[in-house]
Ligand binder design. Structure first.
Ligand code: GLU
Length: 397
């Protein structure tokens, strides 16, 4: 909301519009009873926040995490509204979640919980109403359970109510790597404007779907990924990490720690490493007023949602460290989700080449439009992105 107020001031948006966009259209909490494997019944808390649908159906992922709660989901839903507007896709913003550590559940329990979320919320979902997708700890397999449950309840056979599905269940080519790849396209488009060299040293926080794919994509294009982390540990090799070996190590040991080709460091230290590009690709609020003055990267690419706090934004701006904001940098994911939705509705199957050929110009266009907006308004990229998104939403509303 502080980010929004700041953007509203720069561009003098009407107070009525800003008051309206501050509130989600609705936020819903549901109790989901799940029969556990031991025969007991456990009640989980689930959420769906529908923030704004001026530009199209509510769109956004579902997060499974022990710390997930309604206010986090509300913030994430708000960012989805802006993200879809920035990406130029016909979608509004929403977000869902369940307070759960999915690692504590068996596969059967996870499936019953996921189906339970859908059955409690099926009334508000639908291809032209609200279209969820994966987020932190939710996978294509979870989407396949959810779309199946929705089809049973509603009779809808399009499959277009959930995106991020497995390919054989109507998923799109390229959806898995879309967030990382979109981020790379945005980086490429802005690299010179950010003052970064042709070949960068890159530090990535997170090694899940987004961070892991980003690490591979940056490496493939000749950049050097020197450090990565997961929720428990971080590793550093100044000469560059051998990602295939890192993956094999993670698979066999369950984590990154003690990877023979690198040195163990802490997650805090990772953020403070000298490098060209720092890519937070895990959670919100990791760069704050406590560590913003210790950041030694030349630029930041936000693949996570909300990794830099409002206070840290100011500190980094003053220090001349540009930030490519989340609603631009990670919008490749929802853009390919939108392609998946479109394919489902038209009963089409696009090749990977077709998907990527559509994604690239959209990411370039979003990146350059935001750069221009920021310059015109003498502000930084996040504000440029907010202003562009708010103008598009206001025009439609
Ligand atoms: N969870 C992703 C995000 O935060 C993707 C959302 C979607 O594909 O709908 O952008």
């Amino acid at each position: 909301m502080a980010q929004l107020d700041k953007a509203a001031k720069i561009k003098n948006f009407s107070g009525d519009f800003i008051a309206q966009i501050k509130k989600p259209d609705r936020d819903i909490r549901v109790s989901i009873p799940v029969k556990m494997d031991d025969g007991s019944l456990k009640i989980f808390e689930g959420y769906r926040v529908e923030h704004n649908n001026a530009l199209g159906p509510y769109k956004g992922g579902i997060r499974y995490h022990a710390d997930t709660e309604i206010n986090e989901v509300k913030a994430l839903a708000f960012w989805m509204t802006l993200k879809c507007a920035v990406a130029g896709i016909p979608m509004g913003g929403g977000k869902g979640g369940i307070t759960v550590d999915p690692k504590q559940l068996s596969k059967g329990e996870l499936e019953r919980l996921s189906r339970g979320w859908v059955s409690k919320l099926s009334d508000i979902l639908g291809p032209h109403k609200d279209v969820p997708a994966p987020d932190v700890n939710t996978t294509p397999e979870i989407m396949s359970w959810m779309v199946d449950e929705f089809e049973k309840i509603s009779g809808d056979k399009t499959g277009a109510t959930f995106t991020g599905k497995p390919l054989e269940k109507g998923g799109s080519q390229g959806r898995g790597e879309a967030t990382g790849l979109g981020g790379f396209y945005v980086f490429n488009s802005l690299r010179k404007q950010l003052g970064l060299p042709e070949k960068c040293t890159v530090v990535i926080q997170g090694f899940g779907n987004v961070g892991g794919n980003a690490a591979h994509i940056f490496t493939k294009h000749g950049h050097k990924v020197i450090a990565v982390s997961d929720s428990r540990s971080a590793i550093l090799n100044k000469d560059g990490l051998d990602l295939k070996k890192v993956e094999a190590h993670k698979k066999s040991t369950g984590g990154l720690k003690d990877f023979p080709g690198a040195q163990n460091i802490t997650n805090e230290k990772l953020l403070e490493l000298p490098c060209d590009l720092l890519v937070p690709a895990a959670f919100e609020n990791v760069i704050t007023d406590r560590n913003a003055d210790k950041i030694k990267a030349k630029a930041i690419l936000e693949l996570a949602n909300g990794p830099v706090t409002e206070e840290a934004d100011d500190i980094l701006f003053k220090r001349g460290i540009p930030i490519v904001p989340d609603i631009l940098a990670n919008s490749g994911g929802v853009t390919v989700s939108c392609f998946e939705w479109e394919q489902n509705l038209k009963n089409e199957h696009w090749t990977e080449e077709e998907v990527l050929n559509k994604l690239l110009p959209m990411m370039n266009d979003a990146a350059q439009s935001i750069f221009k907006k920021a310059r015109e308004n003498k502000t930084y990229l996040r504000m440029g992105a907010f202003i562009l998104a708010l103008e598009r939403i206001q025009a439609k509303m």
